[in-house]
Design a protein around this ligand. Structure first.
Ligand code: WTA
Length: 681
C-alpha cells in the first residue's frame, strides 16, 4: 500500500524538534502541554468547560442551556437551546465591533496584463458584504420565495458572489449545498437531486490557466439529467463573470444582475434566529460507495469550532491578511476562506485561478502584493512549486508571512522542509493541520494562538486541539503502542462535528461509529496514523477506498460507477497509486465489452467520458489499463490489494496471505496479467 514509505520517512522525524527562532522565548515544554491537553479531555465536564470558554466569546441571540447533549449518541448536540446565525457573526457583528470600513474580502481575478499584474482586483468591506448579502437575501425571499430550511445548490467559481450568496442564505435560515466547480454535470446532478434543490446559482464561466470554462453549459447538462430523474430545477441564477454567449432558457434562467437591478441599496433582512443545533449547510463528500454523503453541519457548534481554530491555530489578529488557497467548493474553503476569517473580522483573500498562471510565482506575487500574513495551502501545491528554483519565489517579498500551514493530505518531511525554508524563512510556525469534511474545522495542529508553541516536527500533525481526544486503534479497537501504525479515531465529541448524514442517519452511524462500536462511541476517520512517544499525531493516508488526488477527496467507487456508464466498458476497478506531486492518482483497470478493442483512441475516449462524468480532477492524470478479466476472489470480490500492489510496483509477496480465499497460484497469475496491462499503458 502506498503508505509504507511515508511511514518510514515520518518515523525518522520523531526526534526532530524545531523551534523557529522568532519563537525561541515562547516555547511550551512538550510534557507540560501534554498535561494541559489531558486535563481538557479528562471527562465530560472538562470538555464542556473548554468549549464553553470559546462559545462565550461569540454573541448569541439566546444563550445555550446545555453545552453538550450526549443523551442520544452518536447524535451529539452542542450549545443546546442557544440561538445564533452564521451571517450575523460574519457581518452584523463585525459592524457592531467597528469593522464597517475594514476590507473583508480581497479578490484577485486570474487574467493578467502585459506586466503580469492582475487585471481585476475587487475589495469588499464588511459594510459591502453586509449590504450586498442583505440585498441578495431580500431578492431571494421576495422574488423567488426562498424560505427558512430550503436548500439551494451553488455551482460557482472563486468569485465574491459565492460568499455573498452563502451569507444571504444564512440570513434567511436557508441552507446551501455547494458543489465544487470542477465536478462534472453528472456529479452536479446527483447532488442537486439529493438535496432537492429547486434553485441553482452558477456563473456563465470561469478562468482557468488563461482559458474560459463554460460553467453554465455544464449546469444545463446537469439539469437535463435531473429532469430525466424526475427532479425539476425551477430557477438557475447566473452570475456574469465572463460575458461570452451562453445557452439560455428564458423561462428558467435569470441573470443575477437583472434580478438585483431594482433591489434598493439599503434593504435589510433580519437574520433568522437559528437554533444552535439546527443545520447550516450540507456538503457532499466521498465515501467508499458510489453515492456521495451529504455531510450536515450545525449552526452553533460549527461556529464555535471554526472560531476557536481561527484563534488558536491561526492566531488571527485584526491586522492579518489571511489566505487559504482552497476552493470554496470544498470544506476547507467553507471554513477557512469564508466563515472562519469573516467571523473573526479578518481580511480574507480569494484568488480565482491557477497557482502557476501565468507562471509558478503567481502565489508568491499575491503574497507580496497584499502582504499576506497567514497562508494555508495543500501539500500537492507545495510539491508542484518545489520543482522550480527557490529564487522564483524568494525574489518576491514573503517576509510578511508569520504562520504557514498545510492541509488535505500528509505532507512529506521533504516538502515540509522546503515550505518552511522558502515560504517560512525557517522562522515561522509551519504545521500540517489534520481534519475532514466531517469534522467541520481543524482537529490537529500547532496552536500559536496560545502565545507559545510546542516544538515543530517535519511532517507531523501535532497534538489534537484541547478538548479533543484522538487515539490510534488496531482492528479490534485496542490502542496500538506509540509509533505503531493503526486506524485514527476521535474518541470524544467536538463542536464542529457533523450532525448526521443528510436524510440518512443510519448510514451516519454505520460509516463513522460501527467499526469500534464494541469499545464505545469512537469516530472512525478512515485514516491510517501513528502517535509518537511525545503524543504527536502523524497521519499516513486513507485506509479505505477513498483517494486524495491533489488534495481532492474522491471515492474509487464513484470513479468506477462513472466509467462503467460508458457503452464500451463491461467492468472496471479503480485503485490509487502514489504520485510524487499529486499525492495520489487513479489507476482504472477496464474490461471492455465484446466488440471493443483496447487502443489509444479508446483511452482518449474514456478519459473524455471521465472528464464529463466525474470531472477534470480525476480525469487529467488517470491511468487506464485494459485487462481481459479483473482479478477476483472466489466469492467474487475484486482483489483490490493485489491491484494496489501492482500499481505501486510492489511484489505480490505479502499480498497473497491477505487474500485468503484465493489460491496463491491464481493470485500470482492475476498479478502478472494486471502488471502487464499496466506496463502497456
Ligand atoms: C486527509 C479536508 C494528512 C485525510 C480538510 C482525511 C490529511 C481527508 C490532512 C479528509 C493532513 C486532511 N495530514 N492527511 N494535514 N488533512 N487529510 O474531507 O486523509 O476533503 O481523512 O477534508 O484528507 O479530506 P476532506
Amino acid at each position: 500500500m502506498s503508505d509504507f514509505d511515508p511511514m518510514e520517512a515520518m518515523k525518522k522525524e520523531f526526534e526532530s524538534y524545531i523551534i523557529p527562532p522568532s519563537w525561541k522565548d515562547r516555547v511550551w515544554e512538550i510534557n507540560e502541554y501534554r498535561k494541559f491537553h489531558e486535563e481538557t479531555v479528562k471527562d465530560k465536564k472538562s470538555i464542556e468547560e473548554w468549549w464553553e470558554r470559546w462559545a462565550n466569546e461569540l454573541p448569541w441571540f439566546k444563550k445555550w442551556e446545555k453545552v453538550l447533549d450526549d443523551s442520544n449518541p452518536p447524535f451529539y448536540r452542542w450549545f443546546v437551546g442557544g440561538e445564533t446565525n452564521l451571517a450575523y457573526l460574519c457581518t452584523d457583528w463585525q459592524l457592531e465591533q467597528g469593522r464597517k470600513n475594514k476590507v473583508a474580502i480581497i479578490w484577485e481575478g486570474e487574467p493578467v496584463d502585459e506586466n503580469n499584474e492582475p487585471k481585476e482586483v475587487r475589495k469588499l468591506t464588511y459594510y459591502d458584504l453586509y449590504r450586498e448579502s442583505n440585498r441578495i437575501a431580500y431578492m431571494l425571499r421576495e422574488k423567488l420565495g426562498v424560505k427558512k430550511g430550503e436548500i439551494l445548490t451553488f455551482y460557482l467559481p472563486m468569485i465574491p458572489e459565492l460568499p455573498l450568496y452563502m451569507l444571504a442564505v444564512q440570513r434567511l435560515g436557508a441552507k446551501h449545498s455547494i458543489v465544487f466547480s470542477g465536478f462534472s454535470a453528472e456529479a452536479l446532478a446527483i447532488r442537486i437531486i439529493d438535496a432537492g434543490a429547486r434553485i441553482v446559482v452558477t456563473a456563465d464561466g470561469l478562468y482557468r490557466r488563461g482559458k474560459v470554462l463554460n460553467l453554465k453549459a455544464i449546469v444545463d447538462e446537469a439539469i437535463k439529467i435531473c429532469e430525466r430523474e424526475g427532479h425539476k430545477v425551477e430557477k438557475v441564477i447566473v452570475v456574469k463573470r465572463i460575458g461570452t454567449d451562453i445557452p439560455w432558457n428564458s423561462e428558467r434562467d435569470v441573470w443575477h444582475h437583472e434580478l438585483m437591478s431594482d433591489i434598493p441599496k439599503n434593504v435589510k433582512v433580519e437574520c433568522e434566529r437559528l437554533g444552535s443545533e439546527d443545520f447550516s449547510f450540507i456538503l457532499y463528500t466521498s465515501g467508499t460507495t458510489g453515492k456521495p454523503k451529504g455531510v450536515q453541519h450545525s449552526v452553533g457548534g460549527y461556529a464555535v469550532h471554526v472560531y476557536t481554530t481561527m484563534k488558536l491555530i491561526f492566531d488571527i489578529k485584526d491586522e492579518d491578511i489571511f489566505w487559504c488557497t482552497a476552493d470554496v467548493g470544498w470544506i476547507t474553503g467553507h471554513s477557512y476562506v469564508v466563515y472562519g476569517p469573516l467571523m473573526t473580522g479578518a481580511t480574507t483573500l480569494m484568488y480565482e485561478g491557477a497557482p502557476d498562471y501565468p507562471d509558478v510565482d503567481r502565489w508568491a506575487s499575491i503574497i507580496e502584493r497584499y502582504g499576506v500574513t497567514i497562508f494555508y495551502t495543500a501539500p500537492t501545491a507545495i510539491r508542484m512549486l518545489m520543482r522550480f528554483p527557490e529564487e522564483k519565489y524568494t525574489k518576491h517579498d514573503l517576509s510578511t508571512l508569520r504562520i504557514i500551514n498545510s492541509v488535505g493530505e500528509p505532507i512529506n518531511p521533504e516538502a515540509w522542509r522546503w515550505y518552511y525554508k522558502v515560504f517560512g524563512r525557517e522562522n515561522v510556525v509551519c504545521t500540517s493541520t489534520w481534519w475532514m469534511t466531517e469534522t467541520g474545522g481543524i482537529i490537529t495542529g500547532h496552536s500559536p494562538g496560545f502565545g507559545k508553541i510546542y516544538p515543530l516536527k517535519p511532517g507531523t500533525n501535532g497534538f489534537p486541539l484541547p478538548g479533543i481526544k484522538m487515539e490510534v486503534f488496531d482492528d479490534e479497537g485496542n490502542p496500538v503502542k506509540p509509533g505503531e501504525r493503526g486506524y485514527l479515531v476521535i474518541s470524544t465529541p467536538w463542536p464542529g462535528m457533523l450532525m448526521t448524514l443528510f436524510k440518512d442517519p443510519e448510514r451516519y452511524i454505520q460509516v463513522y461509529f460501527e467499526k469500534y462500536r464494541k469499545r464505545g462511541w469512537h469516530f472512525y476517520t478512515g485514516d491510517f496514523a501513528m502517535i509518537d512517544h511525545d503524543g504527536y499525531v502523524w497521519v499516513l493516508g486513507r485506509a479505505d477506498d477513498v483517494l486524495k488526488i491533489a488534495g481532492h477527496r474522491i471515492g474509487t467507487a464513484e470513479i468506477e460507477s462513472a466509467i462503467i456508464k460508458h457503452p464500451a466498458v463491461a467492468e472496471a476497478a479503480c485503485v490509487g497509486k502514489s504520485d510524487p506531486i499529486k499525492g495520489e492518482i487513479a489507476i482504472i483497470y477496464v474490461v471492455l465489452k465484446k466488440g471493443y478493442e483496447p487502443s489509444e483512441e479508446m483511452v482518449a475516449e474514456l478519459k473524455k467520458h471521465l472528464r464529463a462524468t466525474i470531472g477534470p480532477v480525476v480525469a487529467s492524470d488517470a491511468l487506464i489499463a485494459f485487462v481481459e478479466v479483473l482479478p477476483k476472489t472466489r466469492s467474487g470480490k475484486i482483489m483490490r490489494r493485489l491491484l494496489r500492489a501492482v500499481a505501486e510496483g510492489k511484489p505480490l509477496g505479502d499480498v497473497t496471505t491477505l487474500e485468503s480465499e484465493v489460491a496463491v497460484e491464481e493470485a500470482k497469475k492475476a498479478y502478472e496479467i494486471v502488471k502487464r496491462a499496466l506496463e502497456r499503458t
